[in-house]
Design a protein around this ligand. Structure first.
Ligand SMILES: *Cc1c(COP(=O)(O)O)cnc(C)c1O
Length: 404
């Protein structure tokens, strides 16, 4: 099957292994228990925390799509990351990129660090900096690319080589290289093909695509690491339930279709914003001149559909997002419906303001998630919204900085 195109494999897979009725959609095995043949004869399943047929189909599909040896589905992206972090014990270290999802930062700083895990933040766009930060007790290197919300691009091959080199120099085992690929998903970028050991997805975003499931996934290159993580999934009990697994399988089938449309519209929106006088700076890896564009093009097939931009004024940004008609204000992204957010007030508010400032996260940043609506409608709404947001500022007597 693996010679088939990605978009074909999204719909052509074994939806119901061993089912004599051959359903084309995976049944929801809404059961917690499976009866044993006898007290000593065990079947493939016994208890749904440990394994459930609906989840198994999903996990195999996740592994196939990212090209891994094993996929594991969890109750959320953070549950998946948390399971991975069990590979790091107190006194051991994580080297992490410094432009991360707010919830990831909270997990590291409020759960792992108080428990004795050491986290070193580095600018992961510089592989040499990653190499220097790795020590003999580093067990995990964790990055996002393109990062959220600033779209900084990490060169995956370069970081993977840096991890190898550090391990060789120090004479220790290679740290696990995890890439959070939530911002694009496997239709656009498959980090295991570029030197990553583990891919993390918040499946709540593009994989599900309909903003109706919370879920997360780990896909690993190496079967032995997969076994370790499956043990954690069962021991801690954060595996995804059967109904949510079904919904995710359903959403996945249209992943390519959705993302192709969303990316094309996002590129148009980014170009519109880049040319708008009330917009100071656009962060979109698909725009010519983006510092990470070339690296991104080597490891991904498209720019994704999240567009961030600065207006130069946090109040203008607030008025803008509150005034848009087609972009509900939501913390998340990746769904078929567009949405807007102010990361510093919302998804990244769990990062202290001083840390946000040190990481150059602008307080006026607006993040748009582009859905499948008509591009012209979205652009008209943004155009109207920007005029109103800037105009109101004039009425309140404050000078508008005009840029032509
Ligand atoms: C949303 C998100 C997460 C966390 O996933 P949940 O499903 O919300 O737990 C992790 N990383 C990134 C980049 C995200 O956007």
């Amino acid at each position: 099957m693996s010679e088939l195109d990605f978009s074909t494999r999204l719909v052509r897979f074994d939806a119901a292994p061993d089912d004599p009725h051959r359903p084309v959609a995976t049944p929801i095995y809404q059961t917690a228990l499976f009866e044993q043949e006898s007290a000593t004869a065990f079947g493939a399943y016994d208890y749904s925390r440990s394994g459930n047929p609906t989840r198994t189909v999903l996990e195999r599909q996740l592994a196939a799509l990212d090209g891994g040896a094993r996929g594991l589905a969890f109750a959320s992206g953070l549950a998946a990351l948390s399971a991975l972090c069990r590979c790091v014990r107190p006194g051991e270290e994580i080297v992490a990129g410094d432009d991360l999802y707010g919830g990831t930062y909270r997990l590291f700083s409020r759960i792992l660090e108080p428990a004795g895990v050491i986290v070193r933040y580095v600018d992961a766009t510089d592989a040499e900096e990653v190499r220097r930060a790795i020590g003999p007790r580093t067990r995990l290197v964790h990055v996002e690319t393109p990062s959220n919300p600033l779209q900084r691009v990490v060169d995956l091959r370069a970081v993977s080589s840096a991890i190898d080199e550090a391990a060789r120099t120090l004479g220790v085992e290679r740290a696990i290289f995890c890439v959070d690929a939530t911002a694009t998903g496997p239709a656009v970028q498959r980090p295991l093909e570029h030197g990553a050991d583990v891919v993390l997805h918040s499946a709540t975003k593009y994989l599900c695509g309909h903003s109706d499931v919370s879920a997360g996934a780990l896909v690993v290159k190496d079967a032995a690491l997969g076994d370790r993580l499956a043990f954690v999934q069962n021991a801690e009990g954060a595996g995804l339930g059967p109904f949510d697994s079904f919904l995710l399988l359903r959403g996945l089938k249209t992943l390519s279709l959705r993302v192709e449309r969303q990316q094309a519209t996002a590129a148009r929106v980014a170009a519109f914003l880049a040319a708008h006088p009330a917009v100071r700076r656009v962060h979109f890896v698909g725009l010519a001149g983006h510092p990470g564009a070339l690296t991104h093009a080597r490891q991904a097939s498209g720019p994704g559909a999240v567009v961030s931009f600065e207006t130069g004024d946090a109040e203008v940004s607030r008025r803008l997002v509150e005034g848009l008609a087609l972009f509900p204000i939501t913390v998340s992204f990746g769904g078929v419906g567009s949405s807007a957010s102010l990361p510093c007030r919302m998804s990244h508010a769990s990062i202290p303001a001083s840390v946000r400032a040190a990481r150059r996260l602008p307080e006026d940043l607006v993040r748009l998630s582009i859905g499948i609506e008509a591009a012209d409608d979205l652009i008209a709404d943004l155009s109207r919204g920007l005029s109103a947001a800037v105009g109101e500022k004039v009425e309140s007597g404050v000078r508008v900085r005009a840029r032509v």
